[in-house]
Design a protein around this ligand. Structure first.
Ligand code: PFF
Length: 488
């Protein structure tokens, strides 16, 4: 089916892929971004839309990406070109691969800055720089941390270099092993903090904030943010999962591995919420304090809890590791594309990518100090990288992948590759053909104000209409019925 299958590196087994994909999915998105976005977009309603998007959009698209990667055995561009050629379709679809690769690169450009914060706070914990600080000091400490472009730049440079060193060494070494202890470590640390939160006041308020559903707090913008975050947190449409899928052995089950990764990722995000919001409420902080939220709140808890310094150090080690196992996955697509197509070694590809990345991430880092006034439509360069990737490129890329697998490729090829039990395959097909594309389109149209109606809180009606439409779609689509009944 592919030309270079025998020579392509593969994971050591099912767990190798699961560990690496979990390492990619679980990162700053779960512990830094999920809590602050939940705080910004009003709590429970955001969480509910996010969970719905994980289930109805994220999981089917993750299965699709893994299948595309494994079938095409290459970077997103090459893999997609191969699978469309195999089905006799236009190679123009490989544009999706280009967009994914660019998207992973753009995400990394701001991700290294945030990972740099994590390293900087690790250092502050070790050197006692946070000791004795009050609630009010925390915002000032976060501000001071970002004010000096040289120190902030040094931390993000450190992350860039570490990422490129690991990527240059190849996919297996290091990744599988480090995620194996990092993930359980992270879960234990979060549990410690949740238990602390239960006894320090603010826990009930946190649970209420995270899980009480209040439809009126849900804006169109919040729904797009929740959907974009579902893509971000599962590392979708940015080359990572597709490229990792290209190293997956044929015998591994795509359905089971996807579910494992999605469940682990969601649990870590919810645990992070339960660890962080009690601290916020117990200290009278604002949930909508933006990207600095965890850095301003968690150190307060570490100061107050027994063995806090030790836990704080361990926590920031875990967070920095989680960031690294994600960041390496973001450039894997670019590096493997360069290495496969441009006749350069992995190492050279990694360093070349690293230099360009360093320049762009430095510009992103400057958004917090000397470039504080460089804004376009009220957003800094850092914000633009985040906005363009999460709110536009990932949902659009996901839409493209769903349509590609659902309608364009020969169903027999996709069916073979996914190799799912009949019922699950039918469900997957229904999702990628109707539910995911319609959900993405409706949220898009609503949030970008493309129609005059602001659906806003009437989104429940929308979901209902969506379901009716998709059911009708299933009933009237002869092609769908045929491909479900026969093997086409
Ligand atoms: N999923 C990662 C996180 O939640 O931190 C972020 C991410 C990794 C996004 C890899 C995109 C990607 F390709």
């Amino acid at each position: 089916m592919t030309t270079n299958e025998p020579s392509r590196t593969q994971w050591l087994g099912r767990w190798g892929f699961v560990l690496a994909a979990t390492g990619s999915a679980v990162g700053l998105g779960n512990i830094w971004k999920f809590p602050y976005m939940t705080g910004e977009y009003g709590g429970g309603a955001f969480v509910l839309v996010y969970l719905a998007c994980i289930l109805c959009v994220g999981v089917p698209i993750m299965m699709t990406e893994i299948a595309l990667g494994r079938r095409g055995r290459g970077s997103p561009i090459d893999a997609i070109r191969r699978v469309v050629t195999e089905s006799g379709r236009s190679s123009g679809w490989s544009l999706l691969g280009w967009m994914a690769m660019l998207c992973g690169f753009m995400i990394l450009s701001f991700y290294v800055v945030v990972a740099g914060w994590s390293f900087a706070y690790l250092w502050k914990m070790v050197s006692g720089g946070l000791a004795g600080s009050s609630v009010d000091d925390m915002a000032a400490i976060f501000g001071a941390n970002n004010a000096n472009p040289f120190t902030l730049g040094a931390w993000s440079t450190l992350v860039t270099v570490a990422t490129m060193v690991i990527v240059g060494k190849g996919v297996q070494q290091g990744i599988e092993r480090s995620v194996g202890w990092m993930m359980p470590g992270m879960v234990v640390m979060l549990l410690v903090m949740i238990i602390y939160g239960m006894f320090s006041g603010g826990f009930g308020q946190a649970v209420n904030f995270l899980f009480a559903f209040n439809a009126s707090s849900l804006s169109s913008e919040g729904m797009l943010a929740a959907m974009g975050h579902a893509f971000f947190t599962l590392s979708l449409a940015s080359g990572a999962i597709l490229t990792y899928g290209s190293y997956l052995p044929r015998r591994a089950s795509i359905g089971r591995t996807t579910l494992t990764v999605a469940i682990a990722d969601t649990l870590v995000a919810l645990m992070a919420g339960l660890a962080i919001f009690p601290v916020i409420f117990a200290n009278g902080m604002e949930p909508n304090s933006g990207p600095g939220l965890i850095f301003m709140s968690l150190p307060l808890a570490f100061q107050a809890m027994p063995l806090g310094t030790l836990f704080g150090i361990l926590f920031f080690i875990m967070l920095s590791m989680a960031a690294l196992t994600s960041s390496i996955s973001m450039v894997e697509a670019t590096v493997s594309w360069l290495a496969d197509n441009k006749g350069v070694s992995r190492k050279a590809a990694a360093w070349g990518t690293g230099i360009v990345l360093w320049v762009i991430s430095t510009l992103a880092m400057l958004s917090f100090n000397v470039g504080a006034d460089w804004t376009l439509a009220g957003k800094h360069f850092f914000d633009w990288l985040d906005y363009l990737t999460s709110r536009l490129m990932m949902p659009l890329g996901g839409l493209g992948m769903a349509l590609l697998a659902g309608f364009v490729l020969k169903s027999q090829a996709v069916k073979d590759e996914l190799n799912l039990p009949a019922g699950i395959y039918a469900l997957w097909l229904f999702m990628v053909r109707y539910v995911s594309p319609l959900a993405i389109l409706v949220i898009f149209v609503d949030a970008l104000g493309l129609v005059a109606v602001d659906f806003g809180a009437h989104w429940l009606w929308l979901v209902l209409i969506l379901l009716v439409l998709t059911l009708a779609g299933e009933l009237v689509s002869p092609r769908l019925r045929r491909s479900l009944q026969t093997s086409d």
